[in-house]
Design a protein around this ligand. Structure first.
Ligand SMILES: Cc1cc2nc3c(=O)[nH]c(=O)nc-3n(C[C@H](O)[C@H](O)[C@H](O)COP(=O)(O)O)c2cc1C
Length: 187
């Protein structure tokens, strides 16, 4: 797929086929992710790959409870609050794979480095015919000792980017982009 097509057709996918993703493909996606730039070339990424459906369901449950018990719950729109309280709602949308990109250490550039790797990974997934979606709702729980243990991440790392992946059941419609605010400075 041409780069421009992959870039413009990547969408947040929230419906997945009940079909695994080949390990070789996952390795290709990680190889694409690590082509991202990183501050002082630290390349601090750690990739946790979760495919066990029981663990995926446990992560969804724990993350929902964590969000509902925390400060974020008060700022959530009512419909999202209700959805999180619904025992049948899987915050990971029954995707067959969750990749969490963590930074080996929590420095000032940690979220930026991991987010750059995450975007590469999501574009490479689109190029490979896969769907993906960043799941911010599980991020805070993943930074807890219990969350890090669940994804095998060292206690000293900072989990940043939880990305679900799988074979998409459909191609979601584009989400309209707002006109960007551009400030031309000088000539
Ligand atoms: C940091 C971040 C967190 C996100 N968290 C969630 C999430 O928890 N659940 C979800 O369904 N989508 C989540 N998304 C996906 C966005 O809702 C989606 O990217 C946005 O609506 C634009 O749609 P598009 O990606 O198809 O262009 C997240 C995206 C980002 C970048």
């Amino acid at each position: 797929m041409e780069f421009e097509r992959a870039l413009y057709s990547r969408r947040a996918v929230r419906e997945y086929a009940d079909r695994p993703v080949d390990e070789a493909v996952l390795r290709q996606l990680i190889d694409a992710a690590i082509q991202a730039p990183s501050a002082v070339d630290e390349q601090p990424w750690i990739f946790s790959i979760v495919r066990d459906p029981i663990l995926l369901a446990r992560i969804s449950e724990a993350a929902k409870a964590h969000v509902l018990a925390g400060a974020l719950a008060r700022s959530l729109p009512e419909h999202l609050h209700d959805r999180l309280a619904d025992a049948n709602f899987d915050v990971l949308y029954h995707a067959p794979v969750l990749i969490v990109i963590s930074s080996a250490s929590p420095g000032p550039w940690a979220p930026i480095n991991c987010a750059l790797a995450a975007e590469n990974l999501m574009l490479a997934a689109r190029d490979a015919g896969l769907g993906s979606c960043w799941i911010g709702l599980v991020q805070d729980w993943l930074t807890t000792p219990e969350g890090k243990a669940a994804i095998g991440a060292p206690e000293t790392c900072l989990p940043v980017a939880p990305i679900i992946l799988g074979h998409p059941l459909n191609q979601p419609a584009p989400v309209a982009r707002k006109e960007p605010e551009i400030i031309w400075v000088g000539r």
